[in-house]
Design a protein around this ligand. Structure first.
Ligand code: SF4
Length: 329
């Protein structure tokens, strides 16, 4: 590992100032950054350790929402009673990610900014536009079974790895950011970028921007769920995942939120499917129609075409389960 400087500021202003130096990088739980530094993929001059900042609480917001500090650990957030009862989709997504040990270390802010697990990104002998802009992409004609099918470009087909972010996308979360010009609030849907010609630029954050909190609006439906489809039962990234919230009255969909993971370079809000479902019949044929419409624009490669049907089937299964639960209530 390349030598680097280390600072541990104790207030947010000092952290932002320290991170404004060229080559500085924030360190939270370190579950992704330290691995990348060991591999020589990330080579910061200075690590700004933010774990001493007072950003580790979950607070109620007026009207029923929650404000989640960026340093709240994934395990603590999953176990929070308010999250489990008001936003079960978020608790389930967090518990499906990584191992118990990693969830105890990983922070909300770090989870938002974790980097792709595309194997070519981690192989420094491979061509990767994300790691080395302009070098090419060995995944395009390589082993691309885990790669994305929505929102891709000819420069990069990597998926975003987070489970938590898929739930946050479905919940209309807003990310609070402190930068050199003050505080900004960014809808989660606008935090991550699609690759286009610049897959190395993954978010709309400026250098030194520090994520300080995530805000959740009041839930539109208490009935919500996260389902993750993967090769192993634990400690594996999603081939496909679905986060959904559904409210049904008189067998008609009154509220629906739907987001997908494992299929796109960012948490994928399924707005076309939502549009088709809203105020329509809560029945399987409508769920299937909405899923197929959302996936109609998929671009598949040699090994990942199976994700289209897998994603459609998972969307239908989750919506069916939620609608059956609604019918029993
Ligand atoms: Fe790199 Fe993206 Fe290609 Fe993977 S898919 S090798 S991350 S450019």
């Amino acid at each position: 590992m390349r030598p680097f400087g280390y600072v541990k500021p104790l207030d947010v202003d000092a952290a932002v100032l320290a991170a404004a130096a060229p080559g500085a990088k924030y360190l939270g739980g370190g579950t992704n950054l330290v691995d990348l530094m060991r591999e020589g993929i990330e080579q910061p001059d200075t690590v700004v350790d933010v774990t001493g900042l007072p950003l580790d609480t979950v607070e109620d917001l007026p009207g029923g929402g929650l404000r989640i500090g960026a340093l709240v650990r994934n395990s603590a957030l999953a176990a929070d009673r308010r999250v489990r009862t008001r936003y079960p989709v978020l608790s389930q997504a967090l518990l499906s990610g990584a191992s118990g040990q990693l969830r105890n270390m990983a922070t909300v802010g770090g989870n938002l900014l974790q980097r792709t697990r595309c194997p070519y990104f981690y192989d420094t002998a491979a061509a990767c536009n994300k790691r080395g802009p302009g070098s090419g992409c060995d995944a395009l004609d390589g082993f691309n079974r885990g790669c994305a099918i929505l929102g891709v470009s000819d420069s990069c087909i990597a998926t975003h790895p987070s489970d938590m972010c898929v739930a946050l996308a479905a919940l209309d979360a807003v990310v609070e950011v402190r930068g050199r010009a003050g505080v900004r609030r960014i809808p989660l849907a606008e935090l991550h970028r699609l690759p286009g010609d610049t897959p190395d630029l993954e978010t709309n954050l400026a250098s030194a921007d520090l994520i300080t909190a995530v805000e959740l609006p009041p839930p539109v439906a208490v009935n919500s769920r996260y389902r993750k489809v993967r090769d192993r039962a634990s400690y594996a990234f999603a081939l496909v995942s679905v986060a959904a919230a559904l409210e049904v009255q008189d067998q008609t969909v009154r509220q629906v939120r739907l987001a997908l993971g494992g299929v796109a370079p960012k948490p994928w809000r399924a707005r076309e499917a939502e549009r088709i479902l809203l105020e329509g019949p809560a029945e399987e044929s409508a769920f299937r129609r909405a899923a197929e419409a959302e996936l109609a624009g998929a671009t598949v490669r040699q090994h990942n075409a199976f994700k289209v049907e897998l994603a459609a089937a998972t969307i239908v299964a989750v919506l069916r389960q939620l609608s059956e639960r609604e019918a029993r209530v």
